[in-house]
Design a protein around this ligand. Structure first.
Ligand code: SF4
Ligand code: SF4
Length: 397
């Protein structure tokens, strides 16, 4: 039995906004998924362009034109192959307008067993359950309570790109949030089609893990609904579940893998204990750092403090936070025909925390000596991109 021993297991009670650091104003509104950039790129003429169509097409067919390193046939082939399992899941509901994992929750063939597993000691059972999630391949796992504020007010029917009901088909009390670590060597080559393979591998992996774990829970007699980017915002759920802290680059930064993590979730009514939000000095560090914002090619990330300002409809209303200008960000993605995560690559938390240097950095961040970590990073400058050809050559060395 191979078990990924990177998994972090924690237990605690529930949370409040004070614990998470969320600042929600009275004009808060749940986010309507029709307004996210990946939906707007299909119905909003201010976003949909020949470039955005070409961006989506490139995930199926190698784009024509210049072939810079990282954007050659092999790079696109690897990226599109990495996404293949995720794509298979998301395409299977095309006729119903349910793009599973992105614009709709994930269907599960397993019936809910008539007999429920008797759980006597919930705390002990939660430990066992987390080990099972680890067995299926989760790198991080946290559990929190359902919080309807993070559920989309509407989801999207992808046949016509219209908003439709997002009411969950069942009764759920908890959300299991899983983190899936991206390959650092690939991330270090962002921006490139090659680097995007790191995202594709994790989406494909999470589609499988979510399906397996959902099947497991349903076979134990409890309700379970699998979800990737669909149905609810995963970032606040990951923070509530204690997996990391919010960063200026709009990502959840984890103590184990920094920002290099994709998240999935499962809604369930199986009895489980909840985890608490963590405070390791990461968000505080971001208030003094601006590497991601400086390195962002279209200048889509904010340099100032968190705010409730909405640059356009793709920002949620009434949450004080660092928010990207998603139109600028997605516009850049369409120009390079692949996703960009320069703001992930240059982040000082994109390091190996198993090394002595990584451990020391995290210790400093989480201490009154945080200014030393900031000074250290300022001296190092902005991390350079690893050339995609160097990555390919490393395969045969
Ligand atoms: S993904 Fe790229 S374009 Fe978007 S915010 Fe990050 S660095 Fe900027
Ligand atoms: S680059 Fe700096 S400011 Fe941006 S997310 Fe990372 S630590 Fe925070």
């Amino acid at each position: 039995m191979v078990v990924n021993n990177k998994l972090k297991i924690k237990h605690s009670d529930t949370h409040s906004d004070k614990d998470t650091g969320f600042e929600i104003s009275s004009d808060f509104e749940r986010f309507n998924q029709i307004n996210d950039m990946f939906s707007r790129a299909f119905w909003d003429d201010t976003v949909r362009t020949k470039l955005s169509d070409a961006f989506f097409d490139s995930h199926r067919v190698q784009p024509k034109g210049k072939k810079a390193p990282g954007f050659r046939q092999k790079d696109f082939a690897l990226r599109n192959a990495a996404w293949a399992i995720s794509d298979t899941f998301s395409n299977r509901g095309a006729e119903k307008g349910t793009r599973e994992g992105f614009q709709s929750w994930m269907e599960c063939d397993a019936e809910i067993a008539a007999e429920k597993l008797h759980i006597e000691n919930v705390q002990e059972y939660t430990i066992e359950f987390k080990q099972i999630a680890k067995l299926f391949g989760a790198d991080l796992i946290g559990i929190t309570t359902i919080d309807n504020r993070w559920h989309y007010s509407k989801r999207v029917d992808t046949r016509e790109f219209i908003p439709v009901s997002n009411e969950l088909p069942g009764n759920y009390s908890h959300v299991i949030v899983m983190g899936h670590a991206m390959d650092k060597d690939l991330v270090d080559t962002y921006p490139s089609a090659l680097a995007s393979s790191a995202a594709g591998f994790e989406y494909s992996r999470e589609a499988a893990i979510v399906t397996q774990l959902t099947t497991y829970i349903r076979s134990l007699g409890y309700e379970a609904l699998g979800s990737m980017n669909d149905t609810a915002l995963v970032i606040p759920y990951a923070i509530q579940a204690g997996l990391g802290e919010y960063g200026r680059n709009q990502m959840v930064i984890t103590p184990e893998f920094g920002p290099r993590v994709r998240f999935s979730k499962i809604f369930t009514n199986m009895p489980l204990t909840h985890d608490k939000p963590i405070h390791r000095g990461i968000t505080k560090y971001c208030t003094q750092c601006d590497k991601c914002a400086v390195a962002c090619p279209p200048k889509a990330l904010p340099l100032g403090p968190p705010s409730t300002e909405r640059l356009n409809q793709s920002t949620i209303k009434g949450v004080k936070k660092w928010s990207a200008d998603c139109e600028k960000c997605f516009g850049y993605w369409t120009k390079i025909k692949t996703d960009c995560a320069i703001c992930m690559r240059v982040c000082p938390f994109n390091r190996d925390f198993e090394t002595l240097g990584g451990k020391l950095f995290m210790r400093l961040v989480d201490s009154p000596l945080q200014f030393v970590a900031l000074w250290w990073e300022k001296k190092s400058g902005i991390a350079k991109r690893v050339k995609p050809d160097t990555w390919w050559q490393s395969l045969i060395k």
